[in-house]
Write a protein that binds this ligand. Structure first.
Ligand code: HEM
Length: 196
């Protein structure tokens, strides 16, 4: 019980991350059983792109709101952020794997938006493997520099979605508000106000 009390944050992230796999599984299942060349199969495949893409960008946006959330409310949980980071990378890789299986790896290099997404995924891979305390201690100052590549990843991901003409603005707004909150003068004002 004490374990649950202390760890409910990241356990919740993992639960949501895994539960969202169910609709994805069901879509992929119907895409395969209907056949990828039928209208129904194509629709199911489109839904799989939609679900996996949306969850990738949602998790990435959520990771980037951790620091602004801390500044605004004074609550920080490194394990929750780590779990969100893992969910971001896993969902993005899943999104790409579905693409490879459906269209083939080389298809990635046929459109600018896919290439942009691909670079974002290439960035997420080292971030996934270094999002732990051991790497933090090992890389010291370089760790922060490496992790700040997540800003490049969100920019590329938003560009990918923007070119595809899908929902991007809401994520861009949330991330931008987060950046405003981080500006040192604003950040200090918020912290002072909170401490009153
Ligand atoms: C090699 C990398 C990637 C490839 C090949 C790829 C491919 C695709 C494809 C084929 C679609 C569906 C397009 C359509 O319905 O017209 C899509 C949609 C999407 N992708 Fe990616 N993607 C990649 C990386 C990413 C990354 C890194 C993210 C975000 C973290 C992302 C987020 C999205 C989103 C949000 C959508 C729109 C979903 C919707 O609303 O329907 N993608 N992607």
């Amino acid at each position: 019980m004490q374990f649950l009390k202390n760890n409910y944050g990241w356990l919740l992230v993992i639960l949501v991350g895994i539960l969202a796999l169910l609709p994805l599984y069901s879509m992929l299942n119907s895409a395969i059983s209907e056949g990828l060349l039928t209208t129904e199969g194509k629709k199911a495949l489109e839904m799989s792109y939609h679900i996996s893409g949306e969850f990738s960008i949602r998790w990435m946006t959520a990771v980037l709101t951790c620091t602004p959330f801390f500044i605004l409310f004074g609550v920080q949980n490194l394990f929750v952020r780590q779990a969100m980071g893992i969910a971001t990378a896993v969902w993005s890789i899943l999104h790409f794997v579905i693409f490879i299986v459906a269209e083939g790896f080389l298809e990635t290099f046929t459109q600018v938006n896919y290439i942009v997404g691909f670079v974002a995924i290439l960035i997420l891979i080292p971030l996934l493997f270094t999002s732990n305390r051991k790497s933090m201690k090992l890389l010291k100052k370089k760790w922060k520099k490496l992790q700040s590549l997540v800003y490049v990843a969100i920019f590329l991901s938003l560009l990918h979605v923007f070119i595809l003409e899908k929902t991007w603005l809401i994520y861009a707004i949330i991330v931008s508000v987060g950046f405003i909150v981080r500006i040192p003068i604003i950040k200090n004002k918020i912290i002072q106000y909170r401490k009153k």
